[in-house]
Design a protein around this ligand. Structure first.
Ligand code: 13P
Length: 249
């Protein structure tokens, strides 16, 4: 009943020319695929090319980040309205790489989430524990804290479009995937936090994606779990063939 969302996070890969080449190959392979939603998140500079390429197709595009202010002296930042102007419908917020390397905090995630929803974008908020936290038995506490702080002063009504991606940091780019059971357990906890913070209705409807070394070989086992409503794919989304295999798991 929850339509799955299969999303490609390209991170800092591909120029505009490489983006065109990707879509030339990818579009015909997924044309007419309507079982799942598909969204691609290229670097900012590739968005105009990507938006042009996906026009009239079943593919949405989005930014990998945004800033919460409408405009101003914020060198290097991109506003929600700028993403909309380029044809974006989605945005990733609080990716662990932004948290690890660029000072993103639970509080900035909350500000970005509210700005994205206000602008009518579909936000994918990323949560997940690092290896030391998992090994210390702190996974549940970390996920709970990340959810509570992300949802601060937000209502279920306003958050109707929210999507959450569970990305255990130890599984990102490492080839180590969470088992479907382990991912399901984390999703169960996140869903219950959504229920507590944003209401049971949203908790039933919200899509919870799994991210972390999703590949053509493991996509089916993950995607057929009741609790997993899609994937946020890094490395394997850069190649049109392997991303197609994941979309069509
Ligand atoms: P990988 O699929 O390369 O592990 O990356 C996952 C990710 O971080 C998606 O946002």
């Amino acid at each position: 009943m929850r339509k799955k969302l299969i999303a490609a996070n390209w991170k800092m890969y591909k120029t505009p020319d490489q983006t065109s080449a990707f879509f030339r190959e990818f579009l015909p392979m997924v044309a007419g695929h309507d079982r799942d939603e598909i969204a691609v998140f290229p670097p900012f500079i590739d968005l105009p090319v990507a938006a042009e390429a996906v026009k009239g197709s079943n593919i949405a595009i989005g930014g990998q980040d945004l800033y919460w202010e409408k405009e101003g002296a914020f060198t290097g930042e991109i506003s929600p309205a700028m993403l909309l102007a380029l044809g974006c419908t989605h945005v990733i917020i609080g990716h662990s790489e932004r948290r690890q390397y660029f000072g993103e905090t639970d509080d900035t995630v909350n500000l970005k989430l509210k700005a994205a929803l206000e602008a009518g974008l579909t936000p994918i908020v990323c949560v997940g524990e690092v290896l030391e936290e998992r090994e210390a038995g702190l996974t549940d506490d970390v996920l709970r804290r990340q959810c509570v702080r992300a949802f601060h002063k937000l209502s279920g009504k306003k958050a109707a479009k929210l999507v959450i991606a569970y990305e255990p940091v130890w599984a990102i780019g490492t080839g180590r995937t969470a088992t479907p059971q382990l991912a399901s357990e984390a999703h169960g906890l996140i869903r219950s936090e959504v229920g507590k913070g944003l209401g049971e209705e949203l908790a039933r409807k919200i899509r919870l994606l799994y991210g972390g070394s999703v590949k053509p070989e493991n996509a089916k086992a993950l995607m057929t779990e009741e609790e997993i409503d899609g994937a946020l794919v890094g490395g394997a989304s850069l190649d049109p063939k392997s991303f197609t295999e994941i979309v069509k798991y």
